[in-house]
Design a protein around this ligand. Structure first.
Ligand SMILES: Nc1ncnc2c1ncn2[C@@H]1O[C@H](COP(=O)(O)OP(=O)(O)O)[C@@H](O)[C@H]1O
Ligand SMILES: [Mg+2]
Length: 284
């Protein structure tokens, strides 16, 4: 039996109102940024997951992990308001995005989040600069020179200052991921969602992306929710994580991934961490 995970405080209400006296050493207090309670998703007769509950705190890098098809992207779509859960409630930065006022909550939340989808989703006919200027055009009154200046700053942040004039087909996979992150940051959102930022990248490029995420968190103080199944990434960046499992149709672990790796007694959690560790060792 493991101890109750620290994120599942029954007194969630109190935590929202006042910073907890027992901070987690991030220097950010413990303001709750995301509160998901007993969330479920079904497609037709099929339950993808149920009873998924967790809290994300300001300044954290929070990872959603698990094998392919367990519902990571589905959960992320619920968190960004693209999919309404069949059950449960989600509050993002104080906005209830489910329930009777969910539509208003989702609308209010949109300006406060940035999203990088699994597919990257850059527009192929536009340069990187134009791709990053697009959200600024849609959501701000900035004149064009201002939009361009902001977009160039974001490209600089992800190390693509010199690639502003290139189109997505002209850049590498790693650069496209960086550009996707720059676009997600266009509006300076305090909360960023990244779906599989390192999928399909070689280990060195992937490690560079992990460093970028850590640097951005340090420099911007933003909160990150990152979906990934890459163990090296998880161990490098995650303050805390939850693990979803397809067979269990829900969450099977929550906490510091290093502790889960070393201490979990759940066979599926152990298999996830051990298999990947063995693969990494044999690859060397
Ligand atoms: N809109 C949808 N309609 C029906 N099934 C879906 C839909 N979206 C996802 N699924 C199914 O839900 C499961 C979880 O998908 P997904 O969240 O994409 O998994 P992951 O990101 O963990 O790989 C998959 O079996 C997928 O086929
Ligand atoms: Mg996915």
């Amino acid at each position: 039996m493991s101890a109750p995970p620290p994120g599942l405080l029954p007194q969630g209400e109190e935590e929202k109102q006042a910073p907890s006296p027992c901070g987690r050493g991030l220097g950010e207090g413990t303001t709750t940024v995301i509160e998901a309670e007993r969330v479920a998703q079904r497609f037709g007769p099929r339950t993808i997951f149920r009873d998924v509950s967790f809290t994300v705190r300001a300044g954290e890098i929070f990872v959603i992990l698990g094998g392919s098809g367990c519902g990571k992207s589905t959960l992320m779509k619920q968190l960004i308001g693209l999919l309404t859960p069949n059950e449960g409630s989600i509050v993002i930065r104080g906005h209830a995005i489910t329930g009777p006022h969910g539509a208003a909550g989702r609308h209010a939340m949109l300006r406060e989040i940035g999203v990088m989808f699994q597919s990257g989703a850059l527009f192929g006919s536009m340069t990187l600069l134009e791709n990053i200027m697009l959200p600024l055009e849609m959501y701000t009154d900035l004149p064009e020179p201002g939009r361009e200046a902001v977009a160039r700053v974001k490209l600089g942040l992800v190390g693509l200052a010199d690639a502003a004039g290139l189109k997505p087909a002209e850049i590498s996979g790693g650069m496209a991921k960086r550009a996707g992150i720059a676009r997600a940051m266009a509006l300076d959102p305090p909360l960023l969602f990244l779906d599989e930022p390192s999928a399909g990248l070689d280990p060195i490029t992937s490690a560079g992306l992990d460093r970028l995420i850590l640097d951005l968190r340090r420099d911007l103080g933003a909160t990150f929710v990152v979906v990934t199944h890459e163990l090296a990434s998880i161990l490098a960046i995650a303050d805390r994580c939850i693990m979803l499992d397809r067979a269990a149709q829900g969450m099977i672990a929550e906490g510091d991934p290093k502790r889960l790796r070393d201490e979990s007694t759940n066979p599926s959690v152990r298999a996830f961490f051990r298999r990947e560790v063995l693969e990494a060792e044999t690859a060397r």
